[in-house]
Design a protein around this ligand. Sequence first.
Ligand code: PHE
Ligand code: NA
Length: 448
Amino acid sequence: MENNSREQWGSKLGFVLAAAGSAVGLGNVWRFPFATGEHGGAAFLFLYLIAVVLIGYPLMVTEISLGRKSRKNPIGTYKNLAPDTPWWLVGGLGVITGFVLLSYYSVIAGWSLSYIFRSLGGFPEGIDAANIMFETHISGLLEPILYHLIFMVITVGVISAGVVKGIQKVVEMLMPVLAILLVAVVFRSVTLEGAREGISFLFRPDFSAVTAKTFLSVIGQSFFTLSLGMGAIITYGSYLSNKDDIPTSSIQIIGADTLLAIISGLAIFPAVFALGFDPGEGPGLVFVTLPAVFAEMPLGGIFGVLFFILLTIAALTSAISLLEVVVAYVIDEKNWPREKAALTVGGVIFLIGLPPILGYSVWSEATTFAGNILDTYDFIANSVMLPLGGALTSIFAGHALGSKNIVEEANKGATSVKIGNWVAPLLRYVIPISVLVVMLFGIYQTIT
Ligand code: PHE
Ligand code: NA
């Protein structure tokens, strides 16, 4: 496909909303609160904010710039910018990450989708009952598979419709709804009696809960929540025009994602504390603790429905960006029509998502050091593939391509904020070294 025939975002806002939609997802509403709950509240938030500034921002600017410079999918980007070198393998890692990540992302999104209907019927009271409900749901084969399928079908539908008519249209419609729902849930949560304790949990650091694993969790969270390290942002950047402002858009995307994570914390912790539940519940926080909270609070049924609609919308706008990575590759490199690419890739990803579902029932003996099959997928994607992809992208930009080229591309169309040469040491040394050290150490800690 020639550069000039490639679709472009219909407006500046379209790109920022799409990228923010990619960023804001399960990472904010599901992972951030439970990671914060496990790793010392504000202590985790504090470390995370440092990672966002030193790693997230430079890499966001880099990925968007790489995409706009090459106007290709991640593999095509490296082939285009570094022809006849093995760098395209980094793009390949990104495409594979897309398969793995979306396969279980969709399973979790499917839980959320089914919980919309469950909350309509009201949640049972007490944490034990909530636990049983969750266990029963995830271990029943038919329902999780059905909702995973429905979620993938919707995702494929959006991607089939194209960049502007599909992705952009859907994010323009859903992102405002997401914001309104979140404000409603936060309002309910912080006005509960006893909410104060939850608010201070989020803002008062407990550094004694910080361990070596905390750092891996912080690094993994930074990549996961900002959609970095696998080429999703490269792909979205490839539909950007030269007039668009990369440094400022990056601030807006990251700002929106971080704000949404903190607001999700504000929606969840005050309610959890107010009703006397444990914030360190882990991945079950949103699916076990929260329904128990909804069961006890005034108007909890309605807010339960709103919350799970919100979570599903957030997951959908991220899932479409994950699918688009692989679909863009197949369109660019194999010349397939968009619909055929979306349907085929979506079908394969649906199948890859079946083992994680089976891992909660008939394959529950299949476990690794990371846990069950879904935990294992999550560990591989979040703690290995994303950080590795991010570190390699940084090395490519800092050493192979040269950060001068990133700075030049990023500043095309930049009006207020410009990128300076300060990114060079970050891309060359700070990001790769810190990410790889934390990643290797964290993996070692987890395996042993
Ligand atoms: N950023 C998304 C979230 O927080 C997940 C994601 C990761 C999306 C990587 C695209 C690429 O849920
Ligand atoms: Na996110």
